[in-house]
Design a protein around this ligand. Structure first.
Ligand code: HEC
Length: 104
């Protein structure tokens, strides 16, 4: 019984550690950006629309990241991921830029 308790405690502890792990770009995308960028709502460039993303990338990745942080036209600041750090926003931007629709 004692052993079981210890095991359970360990399990709970490791679960906590997992939730503290950094989110990756894909996880953030599916949390915060998917509602607009998957179907292109309100003119949002769709995930996987490489042509559109390449066109936007012409401005420079720094500019894209800046616009993402501050908000851009109808896109809310940080793409509505208010808990995202700048580093996480850079990760999710990379995810969007390196993605095509067949890559989930
Ligand atoms: C409420 C809808 C919405 C959400 C949520 C949203 N976006 Fe957007 N996003 C847009 C729209 C609309 C545009 C296009 C704006 C325009 O070009 O007028 C856009 C444009 C962009 C651009 C291009 C900016 C530029 O300078 O051309 C990037 C990069 C981007 N979004 C990333 C993200 C990321 C990353 C997330 C999630 C963290 C996110 N967006 C969440 C609606 C959204």
């Amino acid at each position: 019984m004692k052993k079981l308790l210890i095991l359970l405690t360990l399990k709970i502890l490791s679960a906590c550690q997992q939730s503290e792990q950094k989110r990756d770009g894909q996880a953030i995308y599916y949390q915060s950006c998917v509602s607009c960028h998957e179907q292109g709502h309100g003119g949002a460039p769709k995930r996987g629309d490489n042509e559109e993303w390449m066109r936007r990338l012409d401005k420079g990745k720094d500019v894209l990241l800046e616009n993402l942080k501050k908000g851009y036209n109808t896109m809310p600041a940080k793409g509505a991921c208010f808990s995202c750090s700048d580093q996480e926003l850079a990760l999710v931007l990379d995810y969007l830029l390196n993605n095509d629709a067949s890559n989930h």
